[in-house]
Design a protein around this ligand. Structure first.
Ligand SMILES: Cc1cc2nc3c(=O)[nH]c(=O)nc-3n(C[C@H](O)[C@H](O)[C@H](O)COP(=O)(O)OP(=O)(O)OC[C@H]3O[C@@H](n4cnc5c(N)ncnc54)[C@H](O)[C@@H]3O)c2cc1C
Length: 380
């Protein structure tokens, strides 16, 4: 069957669905390789989807700051919350200004679906190639060719391939001469080298830390896992890590000078979960006894807990990463409508772009803000 449409949206994830919901016209088609729309939204935020954050700044993104600012200001967190509330969704703040669906991420997917003509959704449709033809584009898919005047790449990143992620967005961008910056797994845990294998025995325990990666300092909790370390602070640190060392302050609220004369055992004053304190002391070769009995050499070793520096072996990879760092370089995208500056009528929105948000709802906000800007352009 020959399919033709004015606007073809590739990817029915967060950005594609929002864009489609905002279109004030019916001459579009949205396609996705999954059997249902919004697959990542449904599993996000522990099934409740962390939609956005009350504190929204361009600096919450690893990206070209001016570009991000220009897009966010057109449809920010308050605009998004108001838009959702007007349609009956009342996101609630759970922690650290993070807004979630009240009961289930389905609430958000259903709301977006309601705004879209079901006849214009084509599922189980894998996009393989996008070619420029005289009257627009020919998109090669597993369900035949689709012809469109305008094409929007909303195909996301590489993380969670089991939810349909593919590299198609980057391939199409490159085939049209766009630059794609280095891609890597982001918002992901770190695997460790043999010196830190003792972390694995602490699997399941979390503790508050301060992580230093290059110039960046990140506060939050760290979770020991059977593979290495994870948890919010580590996930955020992964956004800034390339290769090399990171330094973790495992006792950020402890002043070691102030406890040196304590009668208590060292393991009791570190403010760490008991098993963690014991494992670190063993690893540092310090016997667990009264602080005031410890030698200068032992204090020197304990001091390492303030800046425990090590080189992660790597990350848990795309199968566990929440996002892809890097993407289509934004210098070549018009922030006023998300159109390619190289190819007229070709648009990029969401995670496929070189914009990566921190943990806390920033990536959905980016998907929705960039979709809004694109929709405004397409509605004009
Ligand atoms: C487990 C997990 C939890 C997350 N939790 C949060 C959270 O709580 N808050 C937050 O802000 N961010 C979260 N994120 C990140 C967030 O989901 C993404 O940043 C966001 O979905 C990106 O939106 P997008 O539209 O660009 O891409 P996506 O939502 O990934 O949508 C892209 C769509 O394109 C489809 N597609 C890809 N290739 C093809 C192809 N070749 N043919 C056809 N279709 C294709 C995909 O199947 C997908 O449906 C989470 C991510 C994961 C993996």
């Amino acid at each position: 069957m020959k399919r033709e449409t004015e606007i073809l949206i590739l990817g029915a994830g967060a950005s594609g669905l929002m864009l489609t919901a905002l279109l004030e016209r019916d001459d579009y088609l949205i396609v996705d390789n999954n059997p249902k729309v919004g697959s990542k939204i449904l599993v996000s935020g522990g099934g409740k989807c962390n939609i956005t954050n009350g504190n929204l700044k361009a600096k919450n993104y690893v990206a070209e700051q001016r570009f991000v600012r220009n897009v966010l200001k057109r449809f920010d967190n308050y605009d998004l919350l108001e838009w959702l509330q007007r349609r009956g969704l009342k996101p609630i703040v759970r922690k650290n200004h993070q807004y979630f669906c009240e009961n289930s991420a389905k609430e958000l997917v259903n709301l977006l679906k309601k705004e879209i003509n079901p006849k214009n959704i084509l599922l189980n449709c894998e996009v393989k190639e996008v070619k420029k033809i005289e009257r627009g584009f020919e998109v090669v898919t597993s369900r035949g060719a689709i012809f469109a005047k305008k094409v929007v790449l909303a195909t996301g990143g590489l993380s969670f391939p089991k939810l349909g992620a593919t590299s198609i967005g980057y391939e199409v961008a490159k085939s049209f001469g766009h630059k794609v910056s280095t891609l890597s797994a982001g918002l992901v845990g770190f695997t460790v080298q043999p010196e830190e294998f003792f972390f694995k025995s602490l699997s399941g325990i979390s503790t508050e830390v301060k992580i230093r990666v290059g110039e960046k300092e990140i506060d939050g909790s760290l979770l020991f896992t059977h593979k290495g370390v994870s948890g919010p602070a580590v996930l955020n640190a992964s956004l800034y890590w390339q290769k090399g060392k990171i330094a973790i302050d495992f006792i950020p609220s402890v002043n070691l000078e102030a406890v040196k004369s304590s009668k208590k055992n060292i393991s009791r004053v570190l403010g760490l979960p008991n098993r963690v304190a014991k494992a670190f002391l063993e690893n540092l070769d310090v016997e667990d006894r009264a602080c005031r009995e410890l030698s200068r050499d032992e204090w020197k070793k304990i001091d390492r807990l303030k800046s425990y520096s090590f080189a992660p072996a790597g990350t848990f990879g795309y199968s566990k990463a929440e996002v892809t760092k890097g993407g289509v370089v934004v210098d070549e995208i018009d922030a006023s409508d998300m159109m390619s500056k190289k190819v007229k009528n070709l648009y990029f929105i969401g995670e496929v772009l070189d914009v990566t948000g921190e943990l806390g709802g920033y990536n959905f906000q980016w998907a929705f803000s960039s979709a809004y800007v694109c929709a405004k352009g397409l509605n004009r």
